[in-house]
Design a binder for this molecule. Structure first.
Ligand code: GLA
Length: 384
């Protein structure tokens, strides 16, 4: 359906056929804020995606149209710079990266559409960056590897969106595999697909429908706090390059007496990396109960120690905590809004959704949106 819709819009606007690429949003099962600490993450690509329809031009113009916003954006290859309009930056950031790599591009027309809710923490921006990189790579025959495109997408986000994100979101969007989670080592970038045999359990996302303005500023602050912790550990343990290499004993010795807040931040990360490794074993043994318990612990840490949650997220996790049909729940992604991820027994989903929608609306005075996430393939061409 999405293909027909975007093809038609593209055709009406530019009067020609287009190459269409789909790039999905992502969930992350466990391992939060660990990616920029050289740790591990466990994301998976979902059935909600960004689509880009694209065709080359003979001049140096870039003509973009975003269906959701019903907005156009035009510029030329020689005037690429971050725009005040938000959405074009994810496309422009990729063009900028390609130019910095020395590729001589031509202009292009593109239409962007999708069903990844924006601001829900499902990485619609990473999906758009990956879709753009993949489409330009294909259209101009640039011969880039997927990993190179992922790294360019991450840099694009740093430079054109101003958030010093880790690599997880782009990696998940590009490398996703249906019915599998990706155990990614964010240091070596080695990865392993772990089958998600969830049987009668589904991944349910509850969208708080809030995105607090702290999200990007506090994200960068957390990064600095982790780096500060590493600096102090290094004074005694020069071999420690990131929190990936740190232990709680090292933190007790080198960080606790210097700054209790930074200690708390670093402790969460060190524990979260350990927790993720054990959670991967749970998944391999099909012990979803144990995986779910770890998700609740992750939430506790993100809320109380790393302090990136908010009252809406805490409320949603609290509301399902004592429900036998919910095996695990936690806030997901950067924090300060977006979704919680819940592992829920299939036959209880309808009742649960009704119940939570009602109490959330009543207590938070906000609507709740619910998605059941299917795990799908990563970035791909859907119309050559
Ligand atoms: C955001 C960032 C990711 C990651 C998560 C937290 O989604 O884009 O790189 O750091 O937050 O795990």
């Amino acid at each position: 359906m999405m293909i027909e819709k975007i093809s038609k819009i593209f055709h009406d606007k530019f009067n020609e056929d287009a190459l269409i690429v789909r790039s999905p949003g992502r969930v992350n099962i466990i391992g939060e804020h660990t990616d920029y600490n050289d740790g591990f993450v466990l994301p998976a690509a979902i059935d909600k995606a960004i689509y880009i329809a694209i065709s080359p031009r003979n001049d140096d113009k870039i003509c973009l149209h975003a269906v959701d916003f019903n907005e156009d954006f035009n510029c030329t290859l020689s005037t690429i710079a971050p725009s005040k309009q938000h959405w074009p930056n994810y496309v422009l950031g990729i063009v900028d990266q390609l130019q910095k790599k020395g590729f001589e591009l031509k202009g292009f027309n593109a239409v962007i559409d999708g069903d990844v809710p924006v601001g829900a923490g499902l990485s619609s921006s990473a999906a758009l960056e990956c879709a753009t990189a993949f489409a330009l790579n294909e259209m101009f025959g640039l011969k880039l590897y997927k990993l190179e495109m992922v790294q360019m997408a991450q840099k694009a986000e740093h430079l054109f969106a101003g958030v010093k994100v880790g690599i997880m979101d782009m990696f998940a969007s590009m490398f996703g595999k249906a019915e599998h989670a990706i155990k990614l080592d964010c240091r070596s970038l080695e990865y392993e697909y772990i089958p998600l045999h969830l049987n009668n359990i589904k991944i349910v996302l509850f969208n708080t429908n809030v995105k607090h303005s702290l999200a990007s500023s506090e994200y960068n602050v957390r990064r600095q706090q982790c780096e500060q912790g590493v600096e102090w550990i290094k004074e005694n343990y020069p071999q420690v390059k990131s929190l990936r290499d740190a232990t709680i004993e090292m933190l007790d010795e080198c960080v606790l007496s210097k700054d209790a807040l930074i200690y708390k931040r670093c402790k969460f990360i060190v524990e979260e990396i350990q927790r993720l490794l054990k959670a991967c074993e749970d998944l391999k043994q099909n012990d979803i109960q144990s995986l779910g318990e770890k998700m609740f612990l992750t939430h506790e840490g993100l809320s109380k120690e790393y302090e990136v949650s908010c009252k809406e997220l805490d409320f949603l996790v609290e509301s399902v905590k004592n429900n036998n049909a919910v095996l695990g729940a936690r806030m997901m992604g950067g924090g300060f809004g977006g979704c919680t991820i819940n592992l829920v027994k299939e036959d209880a989903i309808d009742n649960l959704v009704n119940e939570i929608t009602e109490v959330y609306q009543r207590e938070m005075k906000l609507p709740l949106t619910t998605y059941i996430a299917r795990i799908e393939n990563g970035t791909e061409i859907i119309q050559p």
